[in-house]
Design a protein around this ligand. Sequence first.
Ligand code: NDP
Ligand code: MG
Length: 391
Amino acid sequence: MTMRYLTILGSTGTIGVNTLDVAARHPDRFKVVALSGQNQIAKLAQQCRQFRPKYAVVLDSARALALKTALADINIEVLYGVDALEQIASLPEVDTVMAAIVGAAGMRPALAAARAGKRVLLANKETLVMAGQFFMAAVRASGATLLPIDSEHNAIFQSMPEPYSGDMAAHGIRRILLTASGGPFRTRPVETLAAVTPEEAVAHPNWSMGKKISVDSATMMNKGLEVIEAHWLFNARPDQIDVVVHPQSIVHSMVEYQDGSVLAQLSNPDMRIPIAHALAYPERVATGVPWLDLAKLGQLTFEAPDTDRFPCLKLAFQALAAGGSSTTVLNAANEEVVAAFLDRRIPYLAIPELLGRVLERLGGQPAASLAELEAVDAEARALAIKLIAAR
Ligand code: NDP
Ligand code: MG
């Protein structure tokens, strides 16, 4: 049994909290060295009291001061800024980094962990959508171990041969089958989608998640981002990735082999399972999640995705096919339009409409460097903000 020393980026979020839940069950295996949060200072302070990390990081000096004040009686180094996030992602005394900040803001710290050769537990899919090529190159160059946390990609990882070389054909793999729950609007009459509220969009039937990914699940942009994520993680072409809707969220994804075999990973829908898999890998630890009772579930169903109902899924395939910085554009614009929808500044159906327009204007540009991608990300955000304001 190996002791693991952890940095948790985004510890106050839903993935962060679930990570700490698993770690707390196995104090003989996991020691928390660093935590990070942003707005939820009281929660971060409480986590620091419970887990006694050496470092806690927030983005700005005002929040750092508030955290330091809340923790005046304990010995902890409070740091702030993106540099500090990169620092805790690459500490020599840390071997495992959970990358669970939401959005493109998580890319730099995740990349720092990859460059430092850590075991990188990647929840932040936006890192791969924004800068997959550069992130994967950093993983290869440093010899980092990349373990997917997204439940679908974790399932694919578990259903792949080990070690997986990155060559699907050489392993006799035909395709990846990504499962999707279909979210809260799978069966809602299409003519009522115009009236969808933020409250309805974040009410996911099977998972309790942060707001941004919950809206992405409602539009199925989340599945689109996951197609792009699978492309980079497993070196799969778009035509080797199929999406199948599975409303019960028990089969978390599948790998189909040339002989017709399909391997899957099943479990109750609880993120502590993929998190525990990656934390303990290649060992296994208990999570406290109830055992899967298939007889009680009765049936598992599958259907084809409806791309008329979910145009965001189509946009993601289009961006992936267009290549270059197109997925960076899609990701950045999506963060802006989702934030605007959550703020009630635009209606639900404006999400795919505005994304289509930003992609049309800015998609298809080459991406020669990370700096270029960051510039494209900023450009796509600026255009999205302009289009949101003009509505
Ligand atoms: P949450 O919104 O619950 O948590 C996000 C975390 O990031 C919080 O700790 C938040 O701090 C912090 N944060 C937010 N903005 C910034 C910023 N600009 N800089 C630094 N830190 C920031 O999200 P989730 O936990 O749901 O998701 C995290 C990531 O994991 C996302 O990329 C998501 O796509 C992915 N994921 C999540 C799944 C889930 O089940 N939740 C499943 C699969 C993937 P604070 O809250 O203190 O402001
Ligand atoms: Mg997922």
